[in-house]
Design a protein around this ligand. Structure first.
Ligand SMILES: Cc1cc2nc3c(=O)[nH]c(=O)nc-3n(C[C@H](O)[C@H](O)[C@H](O)COP(=O)(O)OP(=O)(O)OC[C@H]3O[C@@H](n4cnc5c(N)ncnc54)[C@H](O)[C@@H]3O)c2cc1C
Length: 305
């Protein structure tokens, strides 16, 4: 119920003035690596020093103009140059709506091709984040088109969607890389499992398909039961720890991130930066409403309630 309300608010820009702004400062500091790319690269260096890789995300989605989509594209090309200059162990994650998908699919395709061409020159990988179910088909279609020419592009599959098993099998057949996550958007019961247990069971099933038949999957979760299931499947089938990676979000379960590194697993940290943090943070609160206490704690400390 609270999850649904928070996800609804994540899509309402007008609610930003209520939940966003200074009230959210403690959450922003916890979940967002910086406002600008330069300071974010310091966070990436620290992540690398801790034995983990990063995936940089310039916060922003569903831009309203071609100019904004082109500016986001330029920012991503800047990210690739910054990774190259720093010699960082990092790649980038991007949302197609940030590159203009809601305006014109051809615009988003031109922009992602520019990013991929630059990434190819630097030997870097680009992940297409997965957004709400209205974008699943078009995102997978664009990914398939890109795959004809570019092999440095991967996509994301969400275990809450009924369709995902068929999508995983199709992408495994292509040989492309998948990040598996549970899914962060508000979805109707016509397309997604309403019960968490079913989402989790499907996650385990898709993880097994990806580990056994896929290409270097990213298992993106903070759920210890999902992580244990992954380790057990890998051990049972002799799948070496360099054939997949765990992925977690910046600021979440640092203890678990470090423990996995100590145990010899690959861990990549999704590292968002920028000022357009409102929908991203609302989704993080929806995943764990206890995060609201950070906001409320901050408000109380600053005497604003
Ligand atoms: C690297 C990465 C990339 C992602 N990319 C996408 C994407 O492209 N598209 C998409 O729809 N979703 C994406 N997600 C979000 C994902 O779909 C889930 O919403 C999110 O990861 C929470 O699910 P969980 O697997 O951690 O399990 P849950 O069952 O939600 O949580 C398990 C435990 O993890 C911890 N935890 C989980 N979330 C939080 C949080 N916000 N704050 C604090 N603790 C938390 C808690 O201890 C919780 O009990 C991504 C997640 C990760 C880690």
């Amino acid at each position: 119920m609270l999850r649904g309300t928070l996800l609804y608010l994540s899509e309402q820009p007008t609610a930003r003035s209520l939940f966003g702004g200074p009230l959210a400062k403690p959450l922003v500091r916890r979940f967002v690596a910086g406002e600008r790319l330069a300071e974010t690269m310091d966070a990436v260096r620290a992540i690398n020093a801790a034995g983990m890789s990063a995936s940089l995300d310039n916060l922003g989605e569903s831009v309203a103009s071609a100019a904004d989509a082109n500016a986001a594209t330029a920012e991503y090309i800047g990210i690739l140059h910054a990774i190259e200059r720093a010699g960082a162990d990092a790649n980038a994650s991007v949302k197609l709506t940030q590159l203009g998908l809601d305006i014109d699919a051809a615009l988003a395709q031109r922009n992602i091709r520019r990013i991929l061409a630059q990434a190819e020159q630097f030997g870097t990988f680009i992940r297409l984040d997965m957004e709400g179910s209205a974008y699943t088909d078009v995102t997978l279609q664009i990914h398939r088109d890109l795959w004809q020419r570019h092999k440095n592009v991967g996509v994301v599959i969400q275990s809450y969607l009924f369709r995902s098993e068929a999508d995983v099998r199709a992408i495994n057949a292509l040989g492309a890389r998948v990040r598996l996550c549970k899914g962060a958007y508000k979805e109707p019961a016509s397309v997604a499992f309403p019960a968490k247990k079913d989402v989790d069971d499907n996650f385990v099933k898709l993880m097994q398909l990806l580990l056994s038949e896929g290409t270097y999957p990213g298992i993106a979760t903070h759920d210890e039961r999902m992580i244990t299931a992954t380790r057990e499947h890998a051990a049972r089938h002799g799948i070496a720890s360099d054939r997949f990676e765990f992925q977690m979000l910046y600021g979440i379960r640092r203890d678990l991130q470090e423990q996995l590194v100590r145990e010899g697993y690959r861990v990549r940290i999704y590292t968002p930066y920028g000022t357009a943090w409102y929908p991203y943070l609302m989704r993080r609160m929806a995943e764990r409403p206890a995060n609201m206490m950070f906001v409320l704690g901050g408000v109380l400390k600053e005497g604003r309630l």
